[in-house]
Design a protein around this ligand. Structure first.
Ligand SMILES: Nc1ncnc2c1ncn2[C@@H]1O[C@H](COP(=O)(O)OP(=O)(O)OP(=O)(O)O)[C@@H](O)[C@H]1O
Length: 743
């Protein structure tokens, strides 16, 4: 019956599309065109949404004490009488499905999970909250087996799936938390932080569509691999207005993927780098060694050192970004050069006077009196065309791009030495001029962009124009809404939303496209996943993108792998939120079987004894094991593991230095969806695989100051089987594997 409704809704959408396009040809008035455009794009969007929910359309049912039954699904559907037959999982009416517990059933008698395959119900799971109040007939319909465990046993695909059918109460609290303020979701590996965060994005977009459609939602993830892994979840939940980005992509025009070594990462992530960048900008506002001397057409124009210093002070005092203050500096300097030129001319005249001894020429030139503003302006404009003058300005106050400032700074030990505060290990930053951008450079570029400023006079006038065009669009959209009946149909309830979607400016760009291209875009909400990896400088970059501080911060302090990452949430967030953030903890591990978590527990104890281990919900099929083998033994081991997991996927997790040689053994292993992938620990952050082989744990421990955390991440990626290989013995923290294995 529900699929019948779905088909009918699809057919309706297709019909409208056919009708709209069928009119084709002569389009008539502009209003008719807009009307057609609006209807077509709305129906196309609806159709995509309807197609996306085919699988598992309805996955739950709740029975209330009063006899009412409600079906829960991926979208809401109504019957011909407009009665609701399926409730969208994000709607308030669906909430009891997620939050009812045995101790607090919230008026529910039963929660039923439905498993479907190709439109057929293939299994049911019931949880009964109040058997006493159930009718005899209903009792006979009860069925068992937990839906969650069934969902968790499914093989992994290389892409994260949505979990709308099995969201747990603690996750539901995270998903449905209010939009305002900052929420920290702390949880161990596999506790569903990422799925909860993505479902939260879908929930917020559904619940606060007005605000978030215009401002967009930004999801920041640790690496491109991870973004590919989670990329399908939001579209499957019907959401497309989301920008996904790594920190390395937050600065438009730069796509940084390279990582810094631990020493440089620590320094670049240090919040004192904000001072370094500010000093580097000031350092480019220079004074000449003595007086400024510019030779022009055989004449020397001299501006005294003290005057240059005064000009610099005046330009700095306006407190504008460097490139804007430069205009003031240049104007004033040109005036001084014009005066200097006039003085030089006077000198020349004096010489001529001495030569001809003509008393008529004796009257000296009074510059203040003889040169008025107009003369000065004309002289300045003429001087500005002269190369020697331009060169002098370039020396004293150059126009700078963030890329140029940071690129030149990092390539200059002298400047770094000069601008770094005492105690900062600036030597770790030095590198050749044309090095590729690293992820750690991006916050420095962003910082520089703030301090340099863009010349925004053109964009300001463009934005004034855009604003009046926007008002016009909105007036027009209001008319369209009134005359087309879209208002009554509930497709749009505000003219600005309609106008935004069809605004001429930026043609076909969605909010997400516009936001991603604009460094100064203020997002409506920002979700940071694997947030423990962000440095203090990266937080400054992220916070600039969310001035309203509406944030979800998701991570696990015990998994911090970056040497510049977080040691506590308070330390990174308090500078911006002054304690005004809430923390939710997720305590159940849905990924890793108990046997593997016992191994992880030893690693965690060594890394941070204060952190608690999440509890696994299920037991695994095999004990984790250690195998003594070098590179040559890996193919046979991989073949053996693949036989064990059947359709599933396997990852070899290696120390950074061994990735290339390991990957060479397995062609095609850089595709996340291949049956075998070879990744470094940094790349495997947030991912999971049916079987994992951790190669050379000793080298993983030794490769960075955060080696212990890295090993903890590596051993918690498997959903079914864990193998550790080594050549020269296991590290102490994995001693329990040695006891169990034949080495
Ligand atoms: N309620 C749930 N129902 C079904 N599967 C779930 C549920 N919660 C989590 N999972 C599954 O558990 C696995 C781990 O989830 P996820 O990757 O979100 O954990 P995480 O806390 O982000 O882990 P990590 O810190 O290791 O990155 C995923 O396969 C996810 O689909």
């Amino acid at each position: 019956m529900l699929y019948g409704r779905l088909d009918a809704a699809r057919e309706r959408a297709r019909e409208v599309l056919r009708e709209v396009y069928g009119r084709g040809g002569a389009l008539g008035t502009r209003q008719a065109m807009v009307e057609r455009e609006v209807r077509a794009s709305e129906q196309a969007r609806r159709l995509t949404q309807l197609d996306g929910v085919e699988r598992g359309l309805c996955f739950g049912r709740i029975d209330e004490a009063g006899g009412r039954r409600t079906y829960i699904g991926r979208i809401g559907l109504r019957d011909d009488e407009h009665e609701s037959v399926l409730i969208d999982w994000r709607a308030p009416a669906a909430r009891p499905f997620y939050v009812a517990t045995a101790s607090d059933p919230g008026g529910l008698l039963r929660r039923r999970h439905l498993h479907t395959k190709d439109r057929l119900v293939v299994g049911l799971d019931d949880e009964v909250f109040d058997l006493e109040r159930m009718s005899e007939g209903d009792r006979r319909t009860l069925v068992g087996e937990a839906a969650l465990l069934a969902a968790l046993r499914r093989g992994r695909t290389g892409r994260m799936g949505d979990v709308v059918a099995t969201i747990q109460t603690e996750q539901d609290r995270v998903i449905r938390a209010g939009l305002q303020g900052a929420l920290v979701v702390q949880g161990g590996p596999g506790t569903g932080k990422t799925v909860a965060a993505l479902h939260r994005a879908a929930y917020l977009l559904y619940t606060h569509r007005d605000t978030l459609e215009r401002r967009g939602v930004l999801v920041v993830g640790p690496n491109p691999m991870f973004l590919r892994y989670i990329g399908q979840v939001l579209p499957a939940l019907g959401e497309t207005q989301v920008v996904m980005s790594t920190v390395g992509e937050l600065f438009p025009g730069v796509r940084a993927v390279a990582a810094d070594g631990p020493a440089a990462a620590v320094v670049k992530g240090d919040v004192r780098m904000a001072e370094v960048v500010a000093e580097a900008v000031r350092e480019r506002q220079r004074l000449p060694a003595g007086d400024l001397e510019v030779w022009l057409d055989g004449r020397l124009l001299r501006v005294p050192h003290a005057v240059c210093a005064a000009l610099r002070e005046r330009a700095r005092a306006v407190r504008l970004p460097h490139n804007m203050a430069r205009k003031l500096f240049v104007t004033e300097l040109l005036k001084e050069l014009a005066l200097a030129e006039a003085r030089a001319v006077e000198e020349a005249l004096k010489l001529a006077e001495m030569e001809f001894e003509d008393p008529e020429l004796a009257e000296p030139l009074d510059l203040e009196r003889d040169l008025d503003e107009v003369d000065l302006a004309l002289a300045s404009a003429r001087l500005w065309q002269e190369d020697p003058v331009r060169q002098a300005v370039e020396e004293l106050w150059p126009e700078l791009t963030p890329q140029r400032l940071i690129g030149e700074l990092l390539a200059s030990p002298e400047t770094l030495w000069q601008v770094a505060p005492p105690g900062l290990d600036w030597q770790a930053l030095v590198r050749p001029q044309d090095s590729p951008w690293t992820v750690g450079d991006v916050p420095l570029l962003d910082e520089a962009a703030e301090l340099l400023g863009e010349d925004d006079s053109a964009s300001r006038s463009a934005s004034r124009e855009a604003e009046s065009a926007w008002e016009e669009q909105q007036r027009y959209a209001q008319e369209v809404l009134e005359t087309t009946g879209l208002l009554e149909e509930g497709i749009f309830d505000r003219a600005d939303v309609l106008a935004d979607r069809h605004a001429d400016a930026g043609a076909d760009l969605s909010t997400a496209d516009r936001a991603a291209a604009d460094r100064q875009w203020a997002y409506g909400h920002v979700i940071v996943d694997e947030a423990q990896e962000l440095s203090a400088m990266a937080w400054r970059t992220v916070m600039r993108r969310v001035p309203a501080r509406s944030l979800t911060v998701v991570g696990d302090i015990a998994q911090t792998g970056s040497a510049a990452g977080a040691r506590s949430w308070g330390e990174v967030l308090d500078p911006y939120l002054r304690g005004r953030w809430r923390e939710e903890r997720l305590l159940v591990n849905y990924r890793t079987p108990a046997e593997i978590m016992r191994v992880a527990a030893d690693v965690l104890r060594a890394v941070d004894p204060s952190q608690s281990l999440p509890e696994s919900v299920r037991d695994g099929e095999a004990e984790p094991r250690a195998v003594r083998t070098g590179l040559a033994g890996l193919p046979a081991l991989v073949a053996e593991e693949l036989r064990e997991i059947g359709e599933g996927r396997l990852a070899l997790l290696t120390p950074d230095a061994r990735q290339a040689e390991t990957a060479a053994l397995f062609p095609g292993c850089d595709d996340l969806e291949a049956p075998v992938v070879v990744l470094t620990v940094t790349q495997c952050k947030g991912l999971e695989f049916d079987a994992v082989i951790v190669v050379d744990p000793q080298a993983i421990l030794a490769q960075s100051p955060m080696g212990g955390q890295d090993l903890y991440v590596a051993v918690t990626r498997a959903t079914r089987r864990l193998t550790v290989t080594h050549e020269n013995g296991l590290p102490e923290v994995l001693a329990q594997l040695a006891k169990k294995s034949t080495l």
